[in-house]
Design a protein around this ligand. Structure first.
Ligand code: ADP
Ligand code: MG
Ligand code: ZN
Length: 339
């Protein structure tokens, strides 16, 4: 196989830990009997109007700070139109041109061939949107059932620049994001419950190339292991095609966990396919300086700060301080014990 450089960008969806949904007062808690947590707004009944949940905006801003972003004080909701039964309104309320947060940076540390490395991954944007419902496909009876409890749960989408170069870097990055969001207290990032999900964009290029290659997007990965395996598989698949003189088509693919392969789902849609337009039912969000100050004041101590403090205050080695601050829960336990 020739020598290729992988180019990887991630889109991470994470559910926010608000009590209620983002545009109605239904409970946003995970689970519940099917279709027991919905109302006319989140099931898209004609004539209903959305009202923004202020806490969802606050949490998205807190996520922005945790990931080193700038906050847009003027931000707009857009309709992303698509027709699929997981979303009864036939459009998702999202943000296109004026997202809440932009231009962040997240440092990662990882190991490559036994050598410790570090790198900064740039964040392009974080926008606020609503989650879609869940479809349960009952192949036995030949029907699909829709559960709308998840419809309208607030989500942030974190979009990276294509700064990631390997499966290991991607794994470390997602782990780091989960940690930062948990620390900030805005998401529990439980992969097994789907509260954090990841789309992976992968292309490869030759060292002498001046432009990125064509990317494939692999949707909806819900474990660190499947993110890792998908990227490894996809790099090899694309290299094999290019080595045989073929070309990569831009498309959306799906990872088959059992077979360890990615499969084509559909050709990739562009922003124009979604006919985005500003949502006329929702006014733009203005974030005042006073509000920003309040949000900043509520920010919990970041991990790096805590880690440095433990070294100073308790005379701990960096390694120990690192372990103890790995989760906010463990850090809390340690502080209570120390006290
Ligand atoms: P879309 O909605 O079409 O997926 P986005 O701009 O939301 O577009 O996301 C694009 C993602 O793909 C970003 O994470 C970006 O870094 C990544 N990306 C863009 N170009 C490439 C490329 N050539 N190879 C790999 N990743 C790419
Ligand atoms: Mg995408
Ligand atoms: Zn509702």
């Amino acid at each position: 196989m020739s020598n290729y450089i992988p180019v990887i960008g991630l889109e991470i969806h994470s559910e926010l830990l608000t009590n209620s949904k983002v545009f109605c007062t239904c409970s946003a808690e995970f689970g519940g009997d099917r279709n027991s947590r919905c109302c006319p707004v989140c099931t898209g009944m004609p004539g209903t109007l959305p009202i923004i949940n202020q806490t969802a905006v606050e949490y998205a801003v807190k996520a922005g700070y945790a990931l080193g972003c700038s906050i847009n004080k003027f931000s707009v909701f857009d309709r992303k139109n698509y027709f699929y039964p997981d979303l009864p309104k036939a459009y998702q309320i999202s943000q296109l041109n004026l997202p809440l947060c932009i231009n962040g940076m997240v440092p990662i540390e990882y190991e490559e061939n036994g050598v410790k490395k570090s790198k900064n991954i740039r964040i392009n944007r974080i926008h606020l949107e609503e989650d879609a419902g869940k479809l349960v496909h009952d192949d036995l009876n030949g029907v699909s059932l829709a559960d709308y409890n998840r419809c309208g749960i607030p989500l942030i989408e974190i979009v990276t620049e294509p700064d990631i170069s390997s499966a290991e870097e991607a794994r470390c990055f997602v782990e780091k994001i989960a940690l930062l969001l948990q620390y900030a207290g805005v998401s529990d990032c439980k992969m097994e419950q789907g509260s954090i999900r990841c789309d992976v964009n992968v292309s490869i290029m030759k060292p002498e190339d001046t432009e990125f290659g064509t990317r494939a997007e692999i949707k909806n990965l819900n474990s660190l292991k499947s993110i890792y395996r998908t990227i490894e598989y996809e790099i090899k698949r694309q290299a094999r095609i290019l080595d045989h003189g073929g070309r990569i088509v831009q498309e959306t693919r799906r990872f088959d966990d059992n077979r360890g392969e990615t499969k084509s789902m559909r050709s990739k849609e562009d922003a124009k396919d979604y006919r985005y337009f500003p949502d006329p039912d929702l006014p733009p969000i203005h974030i005042s300086d006073a509000w920003i100050e309040k949000i900043k004041a509520e920010q919990p101590e970041l991990r790096e700060v805590k880690q440095a403090r433990y070294q100073e205050e308790y005379g701990l080695p960096a390694y120990d301080a690192g372990i103890l601050t790995e989760s906010r829960h463990l850090a809390g336990l340690f502080e209570e014990t120390a006290a």
